[in-house]
Design a protein around this ligand. Structure first.
Ligand code: AHM
Ligand code: MG
Length: 332
């Protein structure tokens, strides 16, 4: 079947008619796509409208916020405010869970990194938005923080938007993963990557190797092994953009592994469980890949705090399993 001209809206409507998603979830995904369209435009114009550079604030985990971090957070919140769908948002750019729409029947909780890879903003590098949706469990008028402290296995849907040479929205829909590319001429996301499946293995590994000296000896041995390049069944080429979404997108489509491990300095690494690791882990698994801390499945971790960090290895199943084995034994 030709996928030309299948808009996100048409795709989701068909899924709804086939009883694969609920109507309110269709609307949530539409609003996320709407936020993505606004951000894609603003990111491409940022240098022209004074949106580059630091905002002079730090976020909850101590990162210096860029102007685009703050703007992106506002765009995502605005897209869901007073819609009767999302009652609360946990975001990298918010200290605490923010209530945006109290109501006994407001069904969803949004977890998001509104602008992933923001060190790339000022150099026109790739950026991303990561999101995950949980069904609210509390029954009162307003959600509580506990509504957002979940394990990835409970995610109803998740995905990301990649802002790069094109803007790509990847979502989980039921137990599938679908990719849509923004056609700027018509302002619509069109189905471009139907039923994404991650190759069992891949050529590329993606990590910031400048932390090498700070890593566990087994991890150093793993990197030495990959750098040796004699075992062609494992990743042999290094690619690292500094934006998780971009690096993960490559692994998702072409196979390979992205890893951001714990180190002597940061035991749990840098990435946040709730709104970075878990949503991408769901995408990875539903595409046939794998996501692990190195010792534990990411989706099984029960979040204890909003900004909790987790080590991450994500991508092809065989590459992530090999990573886990090396981490455990220090050998292949
Ligand atoms: P951010 O959400 O503050 O942008 O941090 C997450 C980013 C990832 O996109 C990227 O893979 C990683 O941090 C880069 O960190 P480092 O500069 O330590 O390699
Ligand atoms: Mg991020």
């Amino acid at each position: 079947m030709s996928t030309q001209g299948i808009t996100l809206n048409r795709y989701l409507w068909q899924q709804y008619k086939d009883d694969k998603i609920e109507l309110d979830l269709l609307m949530v995904l539409e609003q996320m796509a709407y936020a993505g369209k606004i951000l894609a435009g603003e990111i491409s114009r940022a240098a022209l409208v004074g949106h580059l550079g630091l905002a002079g604030e730090k976020n909850a985990t101590g990162d210096s916020q860029k102007k685009l971090d703050i703007y992106s957070n506002e765009v995502v919140i605005d897209a869901f405010s007073h819609l009767g769908l999302v009652t609360a948002i946990a975001s990298e750019e918010l200290d605490e869970v923010e209530l945006i729409d109290c109501g006994y029947d407001t069904p969803y909780i949004l977890v998001t990194d509104p602008l992933d890879g923001s060190s790339n903003t000022d150099v026109a590098g790739s950026l991303g938005t990561i999101f995950g949706i949980y069904r609210r469990e509390s029954t009162g008028l307003c959600a509580t923080e506990a509504d957002a402290l979940r394990s990835g296995t409970e995610l109803v849907t998740a995905g990301y938007i990649l802002y790069s040479t094109s803007t790509i929205l990847v979502i989980t829909c039921g137990d599938t993963v679908q990719g849509f590319t923004l056609d700027p001429n018509v302002g619509e996301f069109l189905l471009s990557h139907p039923d994404i499946r991650t190759p069992e293995s891949g050529k590329v590994y993606s990590a910031n190797l400048s932390y090498y000296a700070d890593w566990h000896p087994h991890l150093q041995q793993y990197v030495d092994y990959l750098s040796d390049r004699t075992d062609k069944s494992q990743p042999t080429s290094l690619r690292y953009s500094g934006a998780l979404v971009g690096d993960f997108h490559r692994c998702l489509l072409q196979g390979g592994v992205y890893f951001y491990p714990g180190s002597n300095e940061q035991e749990d690494g840098k990435l946040r469980l709730l709104y970075e690791c878990a949503p991408l882990a769901l995408v990875a698994e539903l595409a046939g890949g794998k996501a692990s801390t190195g010792t534990q499945r990411i989706l099984d971790i029960q979040a204890k705090s909003i900004h909790q960090r987790a080590p991450l290895a994500i991508g092809s199943t065989s590459a992530v399993s090999f990573y886990e084995q090396f981490l455990k034994t220090g050998t292949s």
